[in-house]
Design a binder for this molecule. Sequence first.
Ligand SMILES: [Zn+2]
Length: 487
Amino acid sequence: MVMLVYSRAAQGICENPSCATPSCEKLWGEILEMSSSNQSPELSSCKLSSCNFSGAEPPVFKLAEEARDGEARACSYFSAHGVIETPCFMPVGTQASLKGVEPSVTARSGARVILANSYHLLLRPGLEVLRNYAGVRSFMRWDGALLTDSGGFQAMSLGELVKVEDGGIKFRSHIDGSALHLTPELAMEAQIVFDSTIAMMLDECVPSSSSHARCRVAVERSLLWGSRCSAFWREKRASSGTSSGVGGAGDGAGAGTGGAGAGMESGTGTGTGFGRALFGILQGGLDLDLRREALERTLAIGFDGYAFGGLALGEEQSLRSELLAALAPLLPRDRPRYLMGVGKPRDIAEAIACGIDLFDCVLPTRSGRTGQAFCFADGYGYGAYGYASSANKNATRTRNIRNARYKFDKQPLEEDCACPSCAGGFSRAYLHHLFRSGEMLGAMLLSAHNIFFYQRFMRSARAAIMAGTYSEFLKAVRAHDDDRQSG
Ligand SMILES: [Zn+2]
């Protein structure tokens, strides 16, 4: 099991454990509290005695790199709702629900952050209900961190029902046909009501295969919306009076430092949504120059983290990797990097190698509902946190549990998986039967298993980075993916 050692230095705080500088004392106290509530880190003793913390910017909402292997990095991200170890996979609960999986099960898998979609939440249950619950986390009984998208991507995928203009996105609800206008400000307001740990700016997402001219329009519009989101966020943060950080209006630090400077909420559970992080989104299709320009201009606006949008929409994996490898190193090292909507274990492994930290995808639950189970390859399972250097142990496969070969198979999906299905002793034969009989328990068990699998996969990737063997890990994932047989 990999135990992390949290040092004050890594968080940008002076290393004197008894330092009385108010900023040091307060920040370290809060970090300790977050760490202990997360129940994973062990704390180190501090060594130095001089205080060199400038007090200029709190470390919370920033990211501390703990290990690096090539561009792949293992970090701790100190979010408003707990420490998030990266690389991190965020399961998707579109409508404030991971389909068929209870939040307590999700938490047991090791997932620390989940994703929900603003478009759906805006329409149903709507802001009024969520305001009444002080946010999505409390509504759905999820204690961990929450990332919400801006709602733009789903609104724009409504086809004829949508009109995208510089002012925002006009669309009709797919539920009752009512007219809505999603502006950058509404996207921010909604995510504040949602009590999102990480909010995303409104952007215009176009498929990576779009023409250069179309991508240029999307980049300009996204920058325009990003500026408005950032301005709105800063104003709210400044006026909330709960920020102890520097993220006030007009702070505007330049490119390279990520100027938004997330403030830290002085209280917890206030439900004001402030002190939460706002991420910028980089568009630009597959055009490296356009992407680079978008990146530089987005950095100049300044966000708490940066996401690559408009990828994983059908482009070649190698092309995506080329782009990410060229662009990720241009981002500030103390800010999280998020590749939206990716994906399959192989795609995730490739992107980690390019320096990406955060991922999300509906695949674990969607596949679970159709009878596809993600597993490590036969005979190569390993413990929840363990990492063995033997390359083959990183091989993964999917099993279609409906396949007749499982009809008499008494084994669990995986021997050493702690999910409700495997640890509960349910056999492949029983799961096969559930799927063949259309019993909903089958989908629930497989979805839970897949959620657990993804967390194990990410922990393995992280452990490989920590051990300096990531290239070996990646090689194994690639090799097996190339000749993987489903069945
Ligand atoms: Zn399992």
